[in-house]
Each structure stands twice: as C-alpha cells, then as structure tokens.
Design a binder for this molecule. Structure first.
Ligand code: AHM
Ligand code: MG
Length: 336
C-alpha cells in the first residue's frame, strides 16, 4: 500500500540530495559530502540543545562547572562544531560565521570549491528558556578554487547555490533548497536520520499573520507603520491579522513558510539597516522564500539582488507570502 511504502521506503536527506544531483552529470558528489557535514553539525547542536540543562551547557562562556572545567556557551560550542565539520569535509574554501569577526580561509590541503556562510545558533536570547532556536546557512561556489578571495563571499544572494536552516524546536526540522524548490526533513532521533516529511513546500499566496518586534514601533518609518496599522485595522473589510513573534528568526520564518504571512525586521531610526545580517540571515531566508513562491524585499529592492560590502553587513527585510510582500512594496513605492 501507499502508506506502507512511505513507512518502509525512507527518503533520507542524503538520498534526496543524491537524487537531485543526478540532474547534473558533472556532479562529483562534493555537494552531498558537504551537506552531510552540515547535517552532522545540526545533529550535534540538536542533541546539545535538547540536553542543555542536563549537561549544564547553559550559562555564560567562561563560567566553570562543578568539575572545574570551563564551560562553553552553546553558541560558541555550536560554532566550533560547524567550523570543524565544514573544514574536515574537504569541500570548503571560505567560511563566514556570525561568531567569527573575520572570514576563515581553509588551508589549501583541505580546500574545496564551496563557500559556506552561516549562523550556527541564531536566536540565542531564547536558549535559556527553551524556546526554538536554529542554524541558518547559505552556500556559494568559489570562482577560482586555487585562489579564493573575500570577493567570492561578497556575492549577491541570487548567486547562492543552496540555502537552508535547521530548527531546534518541538521537532528538529531541516529545510533546504538547492535551487529547485524547498523541501523539509525531520530528524528521526531513533534513526539519527533526517527524513523527507515536507516535500516541495509552497508558501500560501497570502497570509493571515504578521510577525514583527512591535516594541520598535516608535522608531519605524512611515511605510512600516502604515503596514502594521493596516494589519490591525484593515480598511478593506478583511479581518485583522494575527500577530505572532517568537524573536527567533528560524522559528518565525518557518511558521511563515508553512502557514503564510509576513515576517519583517524593518529599518528604524535607531538601526537604519535593521538588525539582521545579510549574508547568513537575510540571504538564505530570502532564497528559501523565493524558492517556495514567496518574496523578500528590503524596503528598496529585491533582497537577493543586494551585494554585500562587508561580511557582517545588515539589511532590513520583509519576507513571506507573495501578496503580503506586494503590499509592503506598494507602500514603499508610494512613499518615494
Ligand atoms: P542573534 O543572531 O543575536 O540571535 O539575533 C538575531 C535574532 C533573530 O533570530 C530574530 O529574528 C531577531 O534577532 C530578534 O530581534 P529582536 O529581539 O530585536 O526582536
Ligand atoms: Mg543571528
């Protein structure tokens, strides 16, 4: 039977990516190997997050536990795991992590053609109270493998060859796009494998939810203010929208992707470029949104068209359902 087939014919993330790669006859399996190392990092972080209380992984970096060993904060630990896994994959040449001020250039002996930009543990203010957090990543190709430079990293988001996130929530969910749609995988802890559970995710055309930190409203610009006002007091006869804001980008974007709606981290008077980082927060999430049929806008342009000038550059972002993002685009167009 159909249902039985699903239960016994498990589509693991590795099998799925290997299938996708057969579309590229020149593929040497490098991407699959790289992805396996990212998956390893995600599994490690997932297991650390779920036993963080037990393992006394909570607390400030530099604190000591009862054994007198120095404890590492979960985000520092996660970063170390990802950096080491990515380097040892032998498939990367440059790494950019939110946790490292400088880009990491991989030693020529371990070099490959991929560039990975990532935030190993995003939403860290949510760690200590057990709210969902996540890892975000984007993957680029280097131009010349023999000679990787910082310009290879400072590429427009539309040049990404893959992007994804892993959410450490009530389940551990990995959402991935390699440029032909978006797929979601759930970690089966008894198998230690990510299994395809959400094939070909498409975001609803229009949503009923908006997601923003309204505590910043006093400093917003006019289009953002008007948009949120319309969410609460619609003038076209539609019902008001629900507000959902977790304060963890991965969780807020995951909900937006599955249920529809809009997530915004706009510019404000205090932070003219918003808060979120272009390379490893805004770009990967914008890429996934577009791949799922949604949009991502900066207030000025399509987010994926931006070319970062610096690796930790920030940008405002409005992303989600196609129609919802059209509305905010119209408000910005009218204001200019
Ligand atoms: P972080 O990288 O320091 O964890 O900050 C990023 C997080 C995002 O996950 C989230 O969307 C945003 O910060 C929430 O910011 P705020 O607390 O200002 O609403
Ligand atoms: Mg972050």
């Amino acid at each position: 039977h159909e249902a039985d087939a699903h239960r016994t014919d498990l589509m693991t993330i590795t099998r799925h990516v290997l299938n996708e790669q057969t579309k590229y006859p020149e593929s040497r399996g490098d991407f699959t190997i790289l992805l396996n190392h990212i998956v390893l990092g995600c599994k490690f972080v997932c297991s650390s997050v779920s036993k963080a209380g037990l393992a006394k992984l909570f607390g400030l970096a530099g604190e000591t536990n009862i054994q007198g060993e120095e404890q590492k904060k979960l985000d520092v630990l996660s970063n170390e795991v990802f950096v080491k896994a990515l380097i040892s994959s032998g498939r990367t040449c440059i790494l950019v992590s939110e946790e490292n001020e400088e880009a990491i250039f991989v030693d020529p002996s371990k070099r490959g053609r991929y560039i990975v930009v990532f935030d190993p543990l995003d939403g860290s203010s949510n760690i200590d109270c057990g709210v969902s957090i996540g890892t975000i990543f984007g993957i680029y190709l280097v131009k010349d493998e023999e000679n990787p430079t910082i310009d290879d990293v400072l590429q427009a988001g539309k040049n990404l060859v893959a992007a994804g996130y892993c959410m450490y929530g009530s389940a551990c969910t990995l959402v991935l796009s390699t440029g032909s749609g978006v797929n979601g995988f759930t970690l089966d802890p008894s198998l230690g494998e990510f299994i395809l559970t959400h094939p070909n995710i498409k975001i609803p055309k229009k949503g009923k939810i908006y997601s923003v930190n309204e505590g910043n409203a006093k400093n917003w610009d006019e289009p953002t203010t008007k948009f949120v006002e319309k969410c609460k007091f619609p003038t076209d006869g539609s019902p008001p929208r629900s507000l959902r804001y977790i304060g963890s980008m991965v969780a807020d974007v995951h909900r937006t992707l599955l249920y529809g709606g809009i997530f915004l981290y706009p510019a404000d008077k205090k932070s003219p470029n918003g808060k979120l980082r272009l390379l490893y927060e805004v770009f990967p999430m914008s890429y996934l949104m577009e791949q799922a049929g949604g949009q991502a806008f900066t207030g000025k342009q399509r987010a994926l068209d931006l070319v970062p000038g610096k690796i930790h550059e920030r940008s405002p972002v409005f992303l989600g359902s196609y129609v919802d993002v059209e509305e905010i685009k119209a408000l910005y167009a009218a204001a200019n």
